[in-house]
Design a protein around this ligand. Structure first.
Ligand code: HEC
Ligand code: HEC
Length: 281
C-alpha cells in the first residue's frame, strides 16, 4: 500500500476486496482444481509445510491431528466444508486458522484448494464393513480380551486408555491393527482437555513416592515441577516432582501387545467389527 494513501482508503479497499471475495466464495465454493494432478502435487508440498506437523506425513494422522485419509470425516466432508475449516480452523481444538502462528505460513485460497485436491487423491474409502462378527467382538471387548478394563466405549469401561467410541471413523484399519498388535510402535494421542492447547501422548509413567509407594499409569499433565497421572486403578494423583523417590516416563505402552497367540486374527476382526459399529462420543 503506497504511503500517500489515507488509512481510510486502505480500509475501504480492503472492505470491498473482502466483500467481493466473500461473494465469489458464496457464489462458487467449488474446488477450481478438483481432480487436477499438478494441483495435487503442489498441495502435497503445501501440506508438508503447513499441516504434516500435526496430521502426519501423508496425512495419516500424527501427534496432534487426526488421520485425514479416511473418506468419512467428522467436520468436513465436501470440498467447501474443508475450505472453511482450513481457513477458519476449528475453535476449541488445536486445529488452527489459516495464517495464525499454529499453521506455519499463511496460504492463498488457491493453495488451500490445492491441499484439498491433494487430500482427495490420498483418501481411502473404507472397505465395506469389516467382515467380522460385531456381537462376538463386543463380548471379547468386555470379556475375555479385557479391553474394557482400560477402554471405554459409549460410556462403559475403563479410563486409563483412550475412549474408543467411534474410533474406526477417526483412524484407519491398518493403524488400529497396529495399535492392538504393537501398541508401543506409536502411542496414541488424546487426553484432550479444554484447558490444554494440545492433546498429549499417552506415555507410561511409574513413580515411587518418598514413603516407598509405587504407582504406574499414564501422565495426564506435566510441567517442570509437578506431574498429574491416572494409575491402573483409575486413581488420579498429583505429585510434586522433587518429593518423589523416583519418576520414570516411558514410551513403552501400558497396553499389552495382543500377539496372534493371545488374540487370533479372527477375534481381532470381530473386535474391529464391533468398534466400527460404535458411534463417536
Ligand atoms: C497445530 C496442529 C494442527 C495443524 C498445524 C493443522 N491441523 Fe488440522 N486439525 C487439527 C486437529 C486437532 C483437528 C481435529 C479437531 C477435532 O475434531 O477435535 C484437525 C482437523 C482438521 C480437519 C477436519 C477433519 C475432519 O475429520 O473433519 C481438516 C480437514 C484439517 N484439520 C486439515 C488441516 C490442513 C489442511 C492443515 C494445514 C493447512 C491443518 N489441518 C493443520 C490440528 C492441526
Ligand atoms: C492395561 C490397559 C489396556 C488394555 C487391557 C487394552 N488397552 Fe488399548 N490402550 C491402552 C493405553 C494406555 C493406550 C494408549 C497408549 C497406546 O497407544 O498404546 C491404548 C491404545 C489403544 C488404541 C489406540 C487408540 C487411539 O486413539 O489411537 C487402540 C485401538 C486400543 N488401545 C485398542 C485396544 C483393544 C481392542 C484392546 C483389547 C483387545 C485393548 N486396547 C486393551 C491400554 C489398554
Amino acid at each position: 500500500m503506497p504511503s500517500h494513501q489515507s488509512p481510510g482508503l486502505a480500509v475501504l479497499i480492503l472492505t470491498v476486496t473482502l466483500a467481493v471475495a466473500m461473494l465469489a466464495f458464496a457464489a462458487d465454493p467449488r474446488n477450481p482444481f478438483a481432480g487436477k494432478q499438478r494441483a495435487a502435487k503442489a498441495g502435497e508440498y503445501e501440506f508438508r509445510i503447513n499441516c504434516a506437523l500435526c496430521h502426519g506425513l501423508g496425512a495419516r494422522g500424527g501427534g496432534r491431528g487426526p488421520d485425514l485419509t479416511t473418506a468419512r470425516k467428522r467436520h468436513a466432508n465436501t470440498d467447501a466444508e474443508m475450505f472453511q475449516i482450513i481457513s477458519n480452523g476449528i475453535p476449541g481444538t488445536a486445529m488452527p486458522a489459516n495464517g495464525t502462528n499454529g499453521q506455519g505460513v499463511g496460504m492463498t485460497d488457491d493453495e488451500i484448494w490445492q491441499i484439498i485436491t491433494y487430500l482427495r487423491t490420498i483418501e481411502v474409502k473404507r472397505s465395506a464393513k469389516a467382515m467380522g462378527n460385531a456381537a462376538h467382538g463386543r463380548q471379547l471387548f468386555y470379556g475375555d480380551s479385557n479391553c474394557s478394563t482400560c477402554h471405554m466405549v459409549n460410556g462403559k469401561g475403563g479410563r486409563i486408555g483412550p475412549d474408543l467410541s467411534g474410533i474406526a471413523a477417526r483412524r484407519r484399519r491398518d493403524a488400529l491393527i497396529e495399535s492392538i498388535r504393537k501398541p508401543s510402535a506409536r502411542l496414541a494421542w488424546g487426553l484432550t482437555e479444554p484447558t490444554k492447547e494440545f492433546p498429549q501422548e499417552y506415555q507410561t509413567v511409574t513413580v515411587v513416592t518418598s514413603d516407598g509407594h509405587q504407582f504406574k499409569g499414564v501422565t495426564l499433565n506435566e510441567d517442570s515441577f509437578s506431574l498429574q497421572m491416572i494409575d491402573t486403578s483409575e486413581q488420579i494423583h498429583l505429585f510434586e516432582k522433587d518429593q518423589l523417590q523416583s519418576l520414570k516416563i516411558s514410551r513403552e505402552s501400558l497396553m499389552p501387545a495382543y500377539n496372534p497367540d493371545i488374540l487370533s486374527e479372527h477375534d481381532l476382526n470381530d473386535i474391529l467389527a464391533y468398534l466400527e459399529n460404535t458411534a463417536a462420543p
